[in-house]
Design a protein around this ligand. Structure first.
Ligand SMILES: [Zn+2]
Length: 215
């Protein structure tokens, strides 16, 4: 598989895996968040439209997001494949993507769901701390910050993001469940859904991905 989509909740390690796949298989990660920001910055015709919606605080219509993804897929570096990340989010978007790909005589080859039990996501997210000086990420239990070792050998100044608080994390996990469950069924029905157990060692996760990607 070289034309894939990654699904995974907050804290699942989806971003890290996308980075690894991108380097290993030389296929770019298409993250809609990133390309929307880039299009606005470059002030492309689509970027200007996005800007209008964002200025008004309005939700960007699916049609525009799909158009932007299509624009990205026309670039030469994605000829060998791509990794969709953060898109589609809804069944409506998934259907629009299917239509667009069909028109381009392409197809999504597989959807990989990085599955991690909720209680583990909760533990991973709530324990996360970021140093406000060097921006390194730590974890209270899995990767404690050393006493020294920040810029100039000083102590790290750890911050606990509000998003990662025990009050907010369940809301994020719930939102992911709510948003993703229909997509899981949608791609299962197409025979495209693959599961990777995210609650294993990094090596085991990578081995499972390798098997799925097939090389
Ligand atoms: Zn630091």
């Amino acid at each position: 598989m070289r034309k894939i989509m990654l699904l995974g909740g907050p804290g699942s390690g989806k971003g890290t895996q996308a980075q690894i796949l991108q380097e290993e298989y030389k296929i770019p990660q298409i993250s809609t968040g990133d390309i929307i920001r880039a299009a606005i910055k470059a002030q492309t015709p689509l970027g200007q439209k996005f800007q209008t919606y964002s200025n008004k605080g309005k939700l960007v219509p699916d049609k525009l997001v799909v158009a932007l993804v299509e624009e990205r897929m026309k670039e030469p570096d994605v000829a060998q494949g791509w990794i969709l990340d953060g898109f589609p989010r809804t069944i409506k978007q998934a259907k629009a993507l299917d239509t667009m790909l069909k028109r381009r005589k392409e197809a999504l080859e597989g959807v990989i769901l990085l599955q991690v039990p909720e209680e583990i996501l909760f533990e991973r997210l709530t324990g996360r701390r970021t140093c406000s000086v060097c921006k390194q990420t730590f974890h209270t239990k899995f990767k404690p910050a050393p006493e020294h070792g920040c810029t100039d050998g000083g102590p790290h100044i750890l911050e606990h993001r509000k998003d990662d608080s025990p009050e907010v994390v369940p809301v994020r996990l719930e939102a992911f469940q709510h948003e993703t469950a229909p997509l899981i069924d949608y791609y299962k029905a197409q025979g495209k859904l693959h599961l990777v157990e995210g609650d294993q060692s990094m090596e085991q996760v990578r081995a499972q991905f390798k098997q799925l990607m097939g090389d």
